[in-house]
Design a protein around this ligand. Structure first.
Ligand code: URA
Length: 213
């Protein structure tokens, strides 16, 4: 599938509020990426991780999902530990880190003010998520980081949300794949203890185990 189908163009105009925010960031920080952040990973991915949206000074600055974001430290170290990545994560898009049988995307590709996309923005970006899921023919697992990623992934899969409630550690079976839920690995969730490193690792340990089984 053509890359343009799965990733919005640099000047995607679907969400007026996000376009205005992007314009302001381009003026304030011209050296930053400041554009919809494309999916990153292995074209043969069996695992897709769906985050919420790029962080202002993280993925929006660097152009790679979770890269430079606080949440990226836990996510990438976990992926390295479970063999879903190789190399060294150094919070830079040129750190040489490669995903192995895995890919990372976001439910919303543009950085939203205050890290909070609106319902309309989540819906506007969903076709990109649906095409991203469809573009990985070997996909057997999706890890949704947080409720928004979970809900948007369900809609992208054409599933009924009421039948699949979000819960940390839950797994939902579909024809082609399983959807695993985790609390988002955000600074807020880890600082408050809602998500511990152990809880997060258990999700990926299970994905790894069930992929092999
Ligand atoms: N960075 C991302 O790319 N996505 C998130 O959900 C959080 C930080």
């Amino acid at each position: 599938m053509a890359r343009a189908m799965i990733d919005p163009g640099r000047d995607c105009a679907l969400c007026p509020r996000l376009v205005a925010f992007r314009r302001a960031q381009r003026a304030a920080e011209p050296a930053w990426f400041n554009a919809p952040v494309p999916t990153f990973g292995d074209p043969n991915a069996r695992l897709l991780i769906v985050g919420l949206a790029p962080g202002l000074r993280g993925a929006n600055r660097t152009g790679r999902p979770f890269t430079g974001d606080y949440a990226g430290d836990l996510l990438y170290s976990t992926l390295l530990d479970f063999g879903f990545a190789r190399g060294r994560y150094d919070a830079r898009p040129d750190d040489g880190l490669a995903l192995v049988g895995a890919a990372i995307t976001n439910a919303v590709r543009c950085v939203p003010p205050e890290n909070k996309p609106t319902g309309a923005e989540i819906s506007a970006c969903r076709p990109f998520l649906a095409r991203t899921i469809a573009a990985f023919p070997k996909l057997s697992a999706i890890v949704a980081l947080g409720r928004i990623a979970h809900d948007s992934t369900l809609s992208a899969l054409g599933a009924v949300r009421a039948r699949h409630a979000f819960a940390h550690g839950a797994a939902h079976a579909f024809d082609r794949l399983r959807l695993y839920d985790s609390y988002h690995c955000s600074r807020y969730n880890t600082n408050t203890g809602r998500l511990t490193t152990g809880m997060f690792r258990e999700v990926f340990e299970r994905v790894r185990r069930e992929m092999q089984g």
